[in-house]
Ligand binder design. Structure first.
Ligand code: ADP
Ligand code: MG
Length: 582
C-alpha cells in the first residue's frame, strides 16, 4: 500500500484530471441509471392509463439520459485515456531520471533480463494505476451516495438496506477474491522476470549451449517456467471471473431485501406503488459501479508489486555523487592519485590499497601486473564509475569529485576490456564517438587502428553485439572509436590483448605517436603482457592492489623485483641474461 501512495505522490500534478475523469465515469453510470429509472417510471405509470401530460417528465428523462449516456461515455473514455497516458509518461520520465545516475556501477547487480522486465513490464503495469485502481472505487462511492440519497427520499430504511449490500459488494467480494488470489500477481511477475532472464540467456548463449549439448535442458526449463506462468494466470482468471456472478448474486439479494421492506410500505400507502419498479430497477442498475471493484484489488496488488520493484532500483544510492554546480574542467590534464583505497561493495579484500602516483601531461605510462591486481579499478575510479573509499584523485590539481563526470569522460577516452558494439553498421558504431565525423575521418581512424580493410565495409552490419567481427577486430573498432573521440588523455585497458604480435605492435606505435592540438597526448596503457615496454616513459607495477615498483623498463629490470621476474617468466629468460637481452 505504501508503494501505491508513493506512486500517487509522483503523479500529483494529475489529481484534478483523475477527479474529473472519475466524475465523468460517475455521470455516465448515473445517466444509465437515470435512463432505466425514467423508463421504468413511464411503463409503470402508463399501466394506469394516465393523461399524456403526466408522462411528459418520464419521456424528457428518457431523452435526456439516453443522449447523455452516449456522449458522456465518449468524453469519459477520452479524458481517462488522456489521463492514463499523462501518468504513464510522467512515470517513465521519473524512472529514467532516477536510474541514469546509477549506471553503470549500481546496475551491475541486476541481470539484464530482470532490468528489462522492470523498465518495460513493470512500468506498463502501472498503466492501470488510474483506470483500474483509482477510478473504480471513486466512481462506486459517488454512485452509492447518489443512490442512498435517492432511496432516502422514500425511506431511510431503504438507504440502510442498500448500504449493507453495497458495502458487501464493495468490500466483501474484493476481500474474498483478493484473499483467494493473494500473492498470485507477484508470483506471476516473478515468473515472468525469470522467463525473460532465461530467454535472454538462451538467445545470447545459444552457441555455448549447443557446444555443451545443453540446449534441450535449457528449453525444458523455459517450458516449465511458461507452464508455471500459465497455471498461475489460469488460477487468477478463474477467481477473477467469479466476481461478476458473485456481484450478480448480491444484486439479486439486494432486490429481494428491498422488496421485503418495500412491500409493507406500499400496502400502507406510504410509498406510491408506481415507484416500486423505479426503486427496484435503480437498485439493480447501481451494481454496475461495483463490477470493476474486485479487479481493482487485483490491479492494486500488481501495481504495488511493480511499484516496489521500481522503487528498489530508484532507491539505490548512486555509486558516485555528482556535484550540484561542477567546477570548470582544468586546463592541465595531469593526473594524481593520492593514498587512494577502494574495495567493491560486498567484498572483503581491498581492490586498491593506499595507491599514490602522478601522470604528467603528455606522459606515456604503462600499468602492469597480474590479473586481478586492480589495474582496471584505477580506470573505473578515474572515470568516476566508482568513488574511492579513501584518498583523492585529481586532474590538473582539481579533485575529480568537483568536476562534472560527463566532462571527465569527454576528456579521457577509454578502450576497456569489454567493448560493446551495437547491432548496427560499422559506420554507426564508429559515429557513436563523433556523430559528425566525415567518411574521411572514419577511414583515418580505422587506418590508425589497423583496420584499413574496414574502410570499404562501413555499411556492413556488425552483428548482434558486434558478433560478426572477430575479437581482435572488435578491439580495433574500440581503438578507432577512441581515436575519433580525440581526447587529450587516452586509456587502453588490455586493448591489444587479442591482437597478433605484429598488428598489436603497429597499432601501439600509432598510438604512441598521437598528438593533440598543442602537445602529445597522455597515454595510459594497462596490460598484463610485457611487450615493448621500453617505449613507455614510466611503468607502474601493481600487485594485489598495491604499487610495488615504478620506474623505466631498464631501471625495473636492474632492480630485479617483481617486474624483472614477470619479464623473465614471460620471455623465458633466466635472470642473469635479463639485462643483456632487454
Ligand atoms: P585487473 O584489471 O588488474 O585484472 P580489476 O581491477 O578488474 O583487476 O579487479 C581487482 C579486484 O577487484 C579483483 O580481485 C576483482 O575480482 C575485483 N572486482 C573487480 N570488479 C568487481 C566488481 N564489480 N565487484 C566486485 N569485485 C570486483
Ligand atoms: Mg582488468
Amino acid at each position: 500500500m505504501r508503494e501505491i501512495i508513493r506512486l500517487l505522490r509522483i503523479v500529483r500534478p494529475y489529481y484534478w484530471w483523475m477527479l474529473f475523469a472519475a466524475f465523468l465515469g460517475f455521470a455516465t453510470i448515473g445517466s444509465g441509471i437515470g435512463l432505466l429509472i425514467s423508463s421504468a417510471y413511464i411503463l409503470a405509470k402508463a399501466a394506469l392509463h394516465p393523461s399524456f401530460q403526466e408522462l411528459q417528465l418520464g419521456i424528457a428523462g428518457v431523452r435526456l439520459f439516453g443522449v447523455a449516456r452516449g456522449v458522456l461515455r465518449y468524453i469519459e473514455r477520452l479524458v481517462s485515456h488522456n489521463t492514463t497516458f499523462k501518468i504513464l509518461s510522467r512515470l517513465r520520465v521519473w524512472f529514467y531520471k532516477s536510474v541514469e545516475p546509477l549506471a553503470p556501477a549500481r546496475l551491475l547487480q541486476y541481470k539484464s533480463g530482470d532490468l528489462l522486465q522492470r523498465i518495460t513490464g513493470d512500468i506498463d503495469t502501472l498503466e492501470n494505476l488510474y483506470a483500474r485502481v483509482v477510478a473504480p472505487p471513486l466512481t462506486a462511492v459517488m454512485i452509492s451516495v447518489l443512490l442512498w440519497v435517492f432511496m432516502g427520499s422514500f425511506s431511510i430504511t431503504f438507504s440502510i438496506v442498500l448500504f449493507c449490500f453495497h458495502a458487501a459488494a464493495a468490500a466483501g467480494i474484493p476481500f474474498l477474491t483478493g484473499y483467494l488470489n493473494r500473492g498470485t500477481a507477484s508470483q506471476i511477475s516473478a515468473t515472468q522476470t525469470e522467463l525473460q532472464t532465461k530467454t535472454l540467456d538462451c538467445i545470447q548463449g545459444i552457441g555455448d549451449l549447443m557446444l555443451f549439448n545443453r540446449l534441450d535442458e535449457h528449453v525444458k526449463t523455459l517450458h516449465a517456467l511458461k507452464s508455471r506462468e500459465l497455471k498461475l494466470q489460469r488460477k487468477q482468471a478463474l477467481i477473477q471471473r467469479s466476481h461478476e456472478s458473485l456481484t450478480g448474486l448480491l444484486m439479486n439479494a439486494a432486490v429481494f431485501a428491498l422488496l421485503w421492506v418495500l412491500a409493507p410500505q406500499v400496502s400502507t400507502g406510504a410509498v406510491n406503488g408506481v415507484y416500486t419498479a423505479v426503486i427496484i430497477i435503480a437498485v439493480m442498475a447501481s451494481f454496475e459501479a461495483f463490477l470493476p471493484l474486485p479487479d481493482a484489488v487485483q490491479h492494486l496488488e500488481a501495481n504495488a508489486t511493480a511499484g516496489k520493484r521500481l522503487f528498489e532500483i530508484v532507491d539505490a544510492q548512486p555509486a558516485v555523487t555528482v556535484p550540484e554546480s561542477p567546477e570548470p574542467f582544468p586546463e592541465s590534464h595531469s593526473i594524481r592519485f593520492q593514498n587512494v583505497s577502494f574495495s567493491y561493495p560486498g567484498t572483503y579484500s581491498a581492490a586498491l590499497s593506499n595507491i599514490s602516483f602522478t601522470v604528467a601531461e603528455g606522459e606515456k605510462i604503462a600499468i602492469v601486473g597480474p590479473s586481478g591486481a586492480g589495474k582496471s579499478t584505477i580506470t573505473s575510479l578515474l572515470l568516476r564509475f566508482w568513488e574511492p573509499l579513501q584518498g583523492s584523485i585529481s586532474i590538473g590539481d582539481r579533485n575529480i569529485d568537483r568536476l562534472d563526470p560527463e566532462a571527465i569522460r569527454t576528456n579521457i577516452g577509454l578502450v576497456s576490456q569489454k567493448t560493446y558494439l551495437f547491432g548496427e553498421t560499422i559506420r554507426k558504431n564508429l559515429l557513436l564517438a563523433k556523430p559528425d565525423a566525415s567518411d574521411g575521418e572514419l577511414k583515418d581512424a580505422l587506418k590508425s587502428a589497423g583496420l584499413e580493410s574496414f574502410a570499404a565495409r562501413l555499411d556492413q552490419w556488425a552483428g548482434q553485439h558486434g558478433m560478426n567481427l572477430s575479437g581482435g577486430e572488435r578491439q580495433r573498432m574500440a581503438i578507432a572509436r577512441v581515436l575519433l573521440q580525440d581526447t587529450p588523455v587516452i586509456i587502453l585497458d588490455e586493448a591489444t590483448a587479442n591482437l597478433d604480435i605484429i598488428t598489436g605492435k603497429s597499432v601501439m606505435q600509432q598510438l604512441l605517436k598521437l598528438r593533440g592540438k598543442e602537445q602529445a597526448k597522455t597515454l595510459l596503457v594497462i596490460t598484463h603482457r610485457l611487450k615493448d615496454m621500453a617505449q613507455f616513459d614510466r611503468i607502474l607495477v601493481l600487485d594485489n592492489g598495491e604499487i610495488r615498483e615504478q620506474g623505466s623498463h631498464h631501471d625495473l629490470l636492474k632492480n630485479g623485483g617483481l617486474y624483472a621476474s614477470m619479464w623473465s617468466l614471460q620471455h623465458r629468460i633466466s635472470p642473469p641474461e635479463l639485462i643483456n637481452n632487454s
